[in-house]
Design a protein. Sequence first.
Length: 202
Amino acid sequence: SLTGIPEVNYNDVFTQELYQLLIQKGYQVELTRPASDEKTLQERSNLANNHSHNKKAVFISIHHDSTQLANLRAIKAGDIDTYQTIRPIIGSSFHISRENGNYTGSLKLAKSIGNAFYVIKRTPNLDHANSNYEKSLSLVDKKLGIYHHDKLVVLKTTKIPAVLIEIGVIVDKSDEAFIKDPKERQKLVQAVALGIDNYYNH
């Protein structure tokens, strides 16, 4: 991140808060990568597929975003070499694969969580669709920031509905500050949980 904090630290904090909330709501939750554990992407997908017999099972992957090197300048965070965006790039995005075993469910889940983010006025990150990028992604829903990310291992090899959520851009000064704010983070955690609720209830 811009301040030198590894992405995995942000992932673990968000995931633990979401885990606790979902447990409180009565969901059965299995972490495919418990905090500080190292598992390959395929191993995480395999764990999710252990639940493919359960028609209500879904897979959600929590991440925090960067951007293309062309949008970054090198900086120092103490003794750590890191990067900062040259221009503001902020917001959340949702990624699904057309190669997933249940694409219809994946799209429904992404839209459900995306709508919950929209209600709390969280900005969608549209940077991934920049046509100047060598590997730009196709937007499925501009209003919500949903993308096709077909070749992403944890999405395409998973048999159950799967969504990867980029919570925020941690190489952007304002967005990292937003993500670090416990109150703002809790709003996003609650939005993910509400999106899951709505996925099952509609």
